[in-house]
Design a protein around this ligand. Sequence first.
Ligand code: GCO
Ligand code: MG
Length: 402
Amino acid sequence: MATIDRVEVLVTSPGRNFVTLRITTSDGVTGLGDATLNGRELAVAAYLEEHLAPLLIGRDPARIEDTWQYLYKGAYWRRGPVTMTAIAAVDVALWDIKGKVAGLPVYQLLGGRSRDGVLVYCHASGSDVESLLDDVAAYREMGFQAIRAQAAVPGLSGSYGVRRGAIYEPAATDLPEEQVWSTEAYLDFAPSYLARVREKFGFGIHLLHDVHHRLTPIEAARFGKSVEELRLFWMEDPTPAENQEAFRLIRQHTTTPIATGEVLNSIWDVQTLITEQLIDFVRTTVVHAGGITHLRRIFDLAALYHVRTGSHGATDLSPVTTAAAVAVDICVPNFGIQEYMGHTRETYEVFRGMPRLENGMLYPSDEPGLGIEYDDDVAARFPYDPKYLPVARRLDGSVHDW
Ligand code: GCO
Ligand code: MG
């Protein structure tokens, strides 16, 4: 029997920070898992290095489910982003190893394709409505079929979701940037620019919008109602996600589809949302929700309740997560959509073998495992670079949900 011989925690910053776990077996097979938690990277790195690596040495790499249960139940302390990201990294690395040992891509181990490719949505944004419309046009040109639209709210500094450089990167400062938020200004403005996108591009594209946890349930209900005729694919995170019951009120008032889950980490965090059918799309992802093993469990529960998948895929999730997400997405019967933002050129030099993107769809690699290779030499050129996500303050100076 092969055993786990080596466990390495790799930190690199080719445009942004990524934490990667590499597990090597006694047969010399290696597996990669993403362990990136934006703005809290070293907490997960320490969890892995100090607490999980010593438990993994000598274990059978083939026992993925058993290792998952051992790490989850064995910690006694349940759930939470740091724990679930660390467990995810181990889980994904072990699936990568299993695929390489079997000589099969991971999606074949999960049951094989249910579809030809994975529909993705990209991010269009603008500092004003005209530049947003130009951005949507550019993404249409590139062949994207589903587009998220965000514009800067007039008068507010640093609106969520508006790209400043070539790639959207909210964690851009050494200490948290302070941004200004006004619910009133947002609610007055957002429906009007989403309407402009529909006017210009029609109903032949899927249109998405991220509220990013900013509204109360009754405000979210009002927003959802006000955009009903625009037939959004979804409104994302209308209200802070940890209060699952809050979605009952939103649901009673609007037919605008609801997506949430990018900050949630376990099946227990989405149980009410799913079993009461309070959402249409669950956005938990491989890296922050316990890996392929646990994500599949969430998605299977969701399938029973007509909830489709829509995994998080921002720039702060590494190509290892994209590859793992696509492996799951291509298999599960209740797939909805996959977020796709892309990464810097330097990131693709560190992580080689990103799934192929064509006409707004991602296709998994047919290499054994996940098909991603980590280049240590390139990674060494980009040392850890501490960066924080912004915080939001209301007009009176008090802290709001960012
Ligand atoms: C999304 C997300 C991201 C997050 C980011 C935080 O829908 O893509 O909301 O943009 O803000 O992942 O690290
Ligand atoms: Mg989001």
